[in-house]
Design a protein around this ligand. Structure first.
Ligand code: NAP
Ligand code: ZN
Ligand code: ZN
Length: 350
């Protein structure tokens, strides 16, 4: 049995997002049915809908920064109660038995992770549809608890932008006094500033938009650098312990590597389409490290949410009705978002 559910999605790469009806499965014994309240718009949704990564299956219903309330649950689902405030991020299923799943790195499941949208379910036939929708059904193993005190609309972006930035800061041991650079002040970038500042780091924002300078300070950054102004980068050579690159468009990594002190690390979380030239000398002369980081697993996502609950950390959001989603995409493509659009999913309802 399935349930017809209102959603917004794209029917082809050049098509705007438009209303459509999707089918959700009836909750199985370990499932929870979630009434979706809010869904953030990540730049990955934009890459997918425009097929910039060249791997989108259409029609696609994006959305993987989901917060909602438990509407019902299967007979064996015991982790949540009706009306609990819960979150769903990128991951909705995996094999649960391989070493990566057992280590809580479900995004690297050896049998193939299932993402909340544009992924084939284990049956090999059904495509997953994301959170630009009124409700969804998810196995409770992949459902996150939203700590009390966090506003649901502001908490939604934590499910992707939050974990994607918290995880590398933890992996690279961000600590008080570290000099941390953030390249790109968008949805991910503004979360790096908040997390790194709370962890005691001295944060510098490297941005193409001089207009974001005041926001950077308000978010917790000590310094702001307008990267396109002459001489701006040269003045920062060899200064950072850690740089997180959140940029969504192709750009020069060698320039960023030059800003690391010896043994410093540049971690890529932005995923622009295409490849980029790398000068090996930038790594060798200074023992610099270049790394990437892909979202984070379910246990670490819950850890991040609990950390946000303790420290009162949420995203800065602009809540929009679904009818404005195409305008929001255009703003995101211009780099003009402060700092996350979040869809009020009640606007999808009857
Ligand atoms: P976003 O809100 O659009 O922010 C991206 C920022 O990049 C912009 O605000 C802008 O910041 C900067 N930028 C844009 N074009 C640029 C250019 N040509 N040169 C230099 N800087 C530029 O996007 P987001 O949602 O934070 O996502 C960022 C990237 O991370 C996307 O590629 C997304 O797919 C990827 N992502 C990866 C993961 C993962 O698991 N690793 C998870 C989520 C998202 P300024 O105005 O400050 O320059
Ligand atoms: Zn995302
Ligand atoms: Zn697995």
């Amino acid at each position: 049995m399935t349930k017809n559910t209102p959603a917004y999605g794209a029917r082809a790469a050049k098509a705007p997002l438009a209303p459509m009806t999707i089918e959700r499965r009836d909750p199985g014994s370990h499932d929870v049915e979630i009434e979706i309240l809010y869904c953030g718009i990540c730049h990955s949704d934009v890459h997918k809908v425009t097929d910039e990564w060249g791997n989108t299956h259409f029609p696609v219903v994006p959305g993987h920064e989901i917060v909602g309330r438990v509407a019902s649950r299967g007979a064996s689902a015991s982790r949540f109660r009706e009306d609990d405030l819960v979150g769903v991020g990128c991951i909705v299923d995996s094999c649960r038995a391989c070493p990566e799943c057992r280590a809580g790195h479900e995004m690297f499941c050896e049998k193939g992770v299932r993402f909340s949208f544009d992924s084939l379910e284990q049956d090999g036939k059904t495509w997953t549809y994301g959170g630009y929708s009124t409700d969804m059904v998810v196995d409770e193993r992949y459902v996150l608890r939203v700590p009390k005190g966090l506003d649901p609309a502001h908490a939604a972006p934590l499910m992707c932008a939050g974990i994607t930035t918290y995880s590398p800061l933890r992996q690279f041991g961000c600590k008080p006094g570290d000099k941390v650079g953030v390249v790109g002040l968008g949805g991910l970038g503004h979360m790096v500033v908040k997390f790194a500042a709370t962890m005691g780091a001295e944060v510098t924002v490297l941005s193409t938009s001089r207009g974001k300078e005041e926001d950077a300070a308000r978010l917790g950054a000590k310094r702001f650098v307008a990267t396109r102004e002459p001489g701006a980068l040269e003045a920062l050579a060899k200064t950072f312990d850690l740089i997180l690159d959140t940029v969504s468009a192709p750009h020069d990594l060698n320039q960023e590597l030059a800003l690391l002190r010896n043994f410093g690390a540049l971690v890529l979380v932005g995923l622009p389409p295409g490849s980029t030239p790398l000068d090996p000398g930038m790594l060798l002369f200074g023992n610099r490290r270049l790394a990437g980081s892909n979202i984070g697993g379910i246990p670490e996502t819950q850890e991040m949410l609990d950390y946000c609950g303790e420290h009162g950390i949420v995203a800065d959001v602009e809540v929009i009705p679904i009818q404005k989603v195409n305008d929001a995409y255009a703003s995101i493509q211009r780099g003009d978002v402060r700092y996350r659009f979040v869809i009020d999913c009640a606007s999808l309802g009857p």
